[in-house]
Design a protein around this ligand. Structure first.
Ligand code: SIN
Length: 290
């Protein structure tokens, strides 16, 4: 069979801030040329919604591996038993037990920024999409960096953020938690702190982006909290700008990809039983941020 070189792939921007939808591809069976176009589009648009896909966990894993090495989540409870590359995010409760993480991503964050090599790409396959609620937002951290005042840009030059999974050490935590003893849980499961430049440069595009988040950035290296926390507050206030945000209402069959080096994201929640939301998430290991 001869290779099909042309494709029907359409890339259509979704908002002024970021994001594009992709029509006319089968993510499970892409020729290399199409895959490269898709990856280039991801670097350019930061988030892609590939329409009308139904990747099963094995195909989703194989698709993710085309981007690089799989990054496994620290939570083993909700990794798929026979396909641990896939993490289940779900509001379903069966026999009184959650079948997946019910509230993943409920604060702005970049995936796995609490380890030395944070996630480059996240791939989220919609499996059950509710009629109401369950939307996701992404914010453009390149735009956020570029629109900082000269003063803030100068103040953060060369600074290193401290990232931790441990909510109990995050001064911005509201203390709302589904864990019975959240302090015990976070102290037990959290890996050691990770240290990343507050401004990072994308290895493919050369763009600079802010790399801090209210969920995982808990301080600034070698800076007292009396100075660090107000500086982080100023950055978080700057990021809190709807002009940078794309709000996604999921459609059945959406396979969404994003480049964590250029964006934060937020699961908006709001799914009310008996409606259910189920997503399958796979993450791809990134480089040490620089
Ligand atoms: C995540 O934070 O990785 C999940 C986002 C979502 O479920 O909308």
């Amino acid at each position: 069979m001869s290779e099909v070189v042309t494709s029907e792939m359409v890339v259509r921007p979704l908002s002024d801030a970021m994001g594009a939808e992709i029509i006319g591809v089968d993510a499970a069976n892409m020729i290399d040329a199409d895959f490269e176009r898709l990856r280039d589009a991801l670097h350019e648009h930061i988030m892609l919604a590939v329409r009308d896909q139904a990747l099963d966990p094995a195909s989703q894993t194989a698709f993710a591996k085309r981007f690089g090495e799989i990054q496994y989540h620290i939570n083993s409870e909700y990794k798929m038993k026979d396909q641990p590359e896939v993490l289940i995010l779900s509001t379903e409760v069966v026999d009184g037990k959650n079948v997946g993480i019910p509230d993943a991503g409920s604060d702005w964050h970049s995936d796995h920024s609490y380890v030395d090599r944070p996630t480059a790409y996240t791939i989220l396959q919609s499996v059950v999409v509710p009629e109401h609620g369950g939307d996701t937002e992404w914010t453009n951290m390149v735009m956020a960096y570029e629109t900082l005042s000269d003063d803030l840009k100068a103040r953060i030059e060369g600074l290193i953020g401290i990232h931790s999974f441990n909510r109990a050490r995050n001064p911005r935590w509201s203390r709302v938690s589904r864990h019975k003893d959240p302090d015990e849980y976070y102290n037990r499961v959290s890996p050691p702190d990770a240290f990343h430049p507050i401004v990072r440069t994308h290895p493919a595009t050369g763009r600079k982006a802010l790399f801090v988040s209210p969920r995982f950035t808990i301080g600034i290296k070698e800076m007292d909290d009396t100075e660090a926390q107000p500086l982080l507050d100023a950055l978080f206030a700057h990021i809190d700008n709807r002009d940078f945000v794309y709000h996604h209402k999921w459609r059945p069959g959406d396979l969404v990809l994003w480049d964590n080096r250029q964006t934060l994201h937020l699961a908006c929640g709001g799914v009310k039983p008996p409606e259910v939301r189920r997503m399958h998430r796979t993450t791809v290991l990134g480089e040490i941020p620089a």
